[in-house]
Design a protein around this ligand. Structure first.
Ligand code: UDX
Ligand code: UDX
Length: 462
């Protein structure tokens, strides 16, 4: 099928490349010329394992192209994905101006022929109808032919010219495993009341639904859930809010464990074996960051407030999460007493491993607070150090190597659980440090091994 994906960020690019890989004719549109040029040369502007290989093969097969020309994209696609950013405003509300700009742009380029317009970006609940209205505004715009009063035929009503439906198709991709998640989804959610639109979306995803692209080929087929528009939008917010709340729950348990001398990793194992709870997302630590959890939970709280409901549980999950950064800082003060003049090394900067995404990364708060308290901050991150891009980082010296990071440090804080941090030569690092203290912000390292390497080891809740 002919597909246009508008917005080639962490979600749009992965969606476009994967749909091209399964045989669709995909055109990816982005407003950022630099990005488009990079992608046209076969390079991915984001770090996502496996993405650039798929990009290259799909481009070589002639199934994938990139452009800044929205008109061209709208005319090409029978299915148009809106995957532009919906960042959080300071109030927590979703900033939907990019979605609005794109929806209007689509409207001005609709040229007849039925289209399905898909909300892939996470948009506030009830946006489906709003997007429809904006697209129709765009259609009216293209029809705006100046007609002298009382002269000429009345303009056809926008509904007449524009033959389209809006579908909500929320994404559940985890950064760092977005390709895997695309081909091995737990479910596909389609929100629309229009059978024709649903049928086209089911045809689009059929190769994935069949299980043919699962890691174990021939795996079971993927459940497809068809709901109304608002429910599909709510599924996305409810899923992310539940996952974020689950993490805040285990962090609350960790904080109590710290006081009663229990080990939260053992507690997590104990409750995770209950099939109603499940093992995943019970890793206590410095808390959640990234471009989705903070934004989506804030947006859901804001939506609830808009409709006169105080979402206390979600607000508490956010409060617990914010406090985890503070607790990590307090552990540093516990062992180092005065932080002024001390040197603290951060192992990891990105919000999670296997990504280059720094959005809402816990490291940013630590850097800011440590500088405020007069400490010197150094960091080593496998991606950020390598890319040489400062990612707008200030108040931190980014080292190229964990050994240089250890030099002269009064303490290390493991902020991101990068796999390679398990293999570092901690015995040598301990000798190069001013005082060998490790605060393991992700409970990621082996406590006994760290003590044998010469560290004073502190975990979160263990
Ligand atoms: C976005 C939303 O932020 C998220 O809520 C949703 O779940 C998926 O899409 P992400 O892909 O991370 O997530 O957004 P981002 O990385 O900011 O990429 C957005 C892209 O859209 C950028 O490449 C930007 O250049 C492009 N864009 C933005 C347009 O092409 N047109 C616009 O008008 C605005
Ligand atoms: C999340 C959702 O998982 C995904 O379905 C949605 O589409 C987008 O948001 P992402 O934010 O990319 O994906 O990463 P995720 O793996 O969910 O981690 C989010 C944050 O939670 C990270 O900061 C991670 O460090 C933290 N986390 C995760 C924990 O602190 N403990 C855990 O047990 C799991």
């Amino acid at each position: 099928m002919r597909v246009c994906v508008i917005g080639t960020g962490y979600v749009g690019l992965v969606t476009g490349v994967c749909l091209a890989h399964i045989g669709h004719e995909v055109m990816c549109i982005d407003i950022n010329e630099e990005k488009v040029k990079l992608m046209q040369s076969g390079q991915s502007p984001i770090f996502e394992p496996g993405l650039s290989e798929l990009m290259k093969s799909s481009m070589a097969a002639g199934h994938l192209q990139f452009s800044t020309d929205l008109k061209h994209g709208v005319e090409h696609g029978e299915i148009l994905f809106i995957a532009v950013g919906t960042p959080a405003l300071p109030t927590g509300e979703s900033d939907t101006r990019y979605v609005e700009a794109v929806a209007k742009g689509i409207g001005t380029h609709l040229n007849g022929g039925y289209k399905v317009i898909v909300n892939k970006s996470t948009v506030p609940i009830g946006s489906g109808d709003w997007v429809r209205m904006i697209v129709l505004d765009g259609v009216a715009e293209q029809q705006k032919v100046p007609v002298a009063a009382g002269q000429g035929p009345a303009l056809p009503h926008p509904e007449v010219v524009a033959d389209f439906d809006v579908v909500s198709n929320p994404e559940f991709l985890r950064e760092g495993s977005a390709i895997y998640d695309t081909f091995n989804p737990d479910r596909i959610v389609l929100g629309s009341n229009n059978p024709r639109a649903i049928a086209m979306m089911q045809e689009l995803y059929a190769p994935i639904v069949s299980g043919r692209y699962r890691e174990q080929p021939g795996g079971e087929s993927v459940p497809v859930l068809v709901t109304d528009l608002s429910s599909a939008e709510m599924v996305k917010y409810a899923a992310n809010s539940f996952l974020a709340t689950k993490i805040s729950f285990i962090n609350e348990i960790a904080n109590i464990c710290d006081r009663v001398g229990a080990d939260v990793t053992q507690v997590a194992a104990g409750i995770g074996l209950d099939s109603r709870i499940g093992k995943k997302f019970l890793q206590a630590g410095i808390g959640w960051g990234g471009s989705c959890f903070p934004k989506d939970v804030a947006a859901l709280i804001h939506t609830a407030d808009d409709y006169g409901y105080d979402a206390q549980l979600l607000k508490a999950a956010v409060d617990v999460n914010n406090r985890q950064r503070q607790l990590t800082l307090e552990k540093l003060q516990q062992v180092l007493k005065i932080l002024k003049g001390k040197t603290v090394g951060l192992l990891g900067l990105t919000f999670k491993p296997d990504t280059d995404d720094m959005r809402d990364a816990p490291s940013l708060i630590l850097i800011e607070q440590l500088n405020r308290l007069g400490a010197k901050v150094k960091a080593y991150d496998p991606i950020v150090s390598q890319s040489g891009v400062s990612h707008g980082l200030t108040g931190v010296i980014v080292e190229n190597d964990a050994m240089y990071l250890a030099d002269g440090c009064d303490a290390l804080v493991l902020v991101t659980d990068w796999a390679q941090f398990k293999e570092l030569d901690y015995a040598t690092m301990a000798q190069r440090m001013h005082s060998p203290i490790m605060i393991d912000g992700r409970n990621f390292l082996d406590r006994e091994a760290m003590i044998r390497a010469g560290f004073q080891y502190l975990g979160i809740g263990r």
